[in-house]
Design a protein around this ligand. Structure first.
Ligand code: FES
Length: 284
């Protein structure tokens, strides 16, 4: 009996398993979710227009689509573009290749892209879902060449070590998005609230919950010490650790919530800017 069982367990091959639950559901949802996000993200970045809405009002305030924030340069004369005073460095640069659309989004997507791509949670998710190595616990992996085999995060995948540096830039994005949210509560200098403001405020809150649950931040704020009770800084590190640890346990949840939320906020503002939907707000 025991011999028979061990033979079954040793059965090899991609997706073979003794598991009887729906193990395939999770990698399937990851493939769907990340593919949808990537397609939408590249499509939105490529458009180069309709990323701003202020109902034609001059002055302070307006909605800025989050995939286009921060605005480093602005191309004038583009439909749905933000006023020039929102550009950090002014008018669109002449060195930009003509075969690329003049999209402020293409200039700034690399940092958040690298941050998410190298995140410890997303690594687990896409290694399982896209490369099947393995697709789930106790499920047969895609066969690999015996000689090259698994090399861990060496070779090309050494790029994953960029995560700890991308983390600092990701924190800047939280500040920028909070500023955009602040901007969205004004139109022509008048305070108000709209669906767009709520979406733009939720974006940095969820991004902060995701970012401060980062494993690198947990190490930075509460790791690297042998004794918490031996010094004042140890006590502070312990308190930080409790907060960051709470977020860290929910890192997967906030990874998805922040990803979906930013996509919805971006799409919403694009639709409002194009005139496809009407923003419900207190300025009407
Ligand atoms: S581990 Fe996920 S953001 Fe750093």
């Amino acid at each position: 009996m025991s011999l028979k069982t061990s033979n079954v367990i040793r059965k090899k091959g991609f997706a073979t398993t003794l598991r009887t639950d729906k193990w395939w559901l999770y990698p399937g949802l990851v493939v769907f979710g990340l593919t949808a996000f990537l397609i939408y993200g590249f499509w939105s970045a490529w458009q180069a227009d309709f990323y701003w809405y202020s109902a034609g009002q001059e002055g302070f305030g307006g909605y800025l689509a989050p995939f286009y924030s921060p605005l480093l340069f602005i191309k004038e004369g583009v439909e749905g573009a933000a006023p020039m005073q929102h550009a950090l460095f002014g008018a669109w640069p002449t060195w930009w290749p003509s075969w690329l659309p003049p999209s402020p989004s293409l200039l700034i997507l690399a940092i958040p892209g690298i941050f998410r791509f190298t995140c410890y949670y997303y690594r687990k998710a896409y290694y399982r879902a896209f490369t099947g190595t393995p697709p789930a616990c106790a499920v047969g992996a895609l066969p690999r060449k015996p000689k090259s085999g698994y090399k861990g995060e060496t070779g090309l995948m050494i790029v994953q070590n960029l995560h700890r540096y991308a983390m600092y830039f990701a924190m800047l994005y939280i500040v920028v998005f909070f500023y955009d949210a602040y901007l969205s509560f004004f139109r022509g200098g008048e305070f108000g609230i709209g669906i767009g403001s709520v979406l733009l405020l939720g974006n940095p809150i969820l991004l902060a919950c995701y970012t401060f649950g980062c494993h690198s931040i947990r190490h930075l704020l509460s790791g690297r010490r042998d004794c918490y009770s031996c010094s004042m800084s140890g006590n502070i590190a312990h308190k930080n650790g409790k907060f960051v640890g709470w977020l860290n346990k929910r890192h997967e949840l906030f990874a998805w919530l922040s990803l979906i939320w930013i996509m919805i906020a971006d799409l919403y503002i694009r639709m409002v800017s194009m005139g496809n939907i009407t923003d419900l707000n207190t300025w009407l």
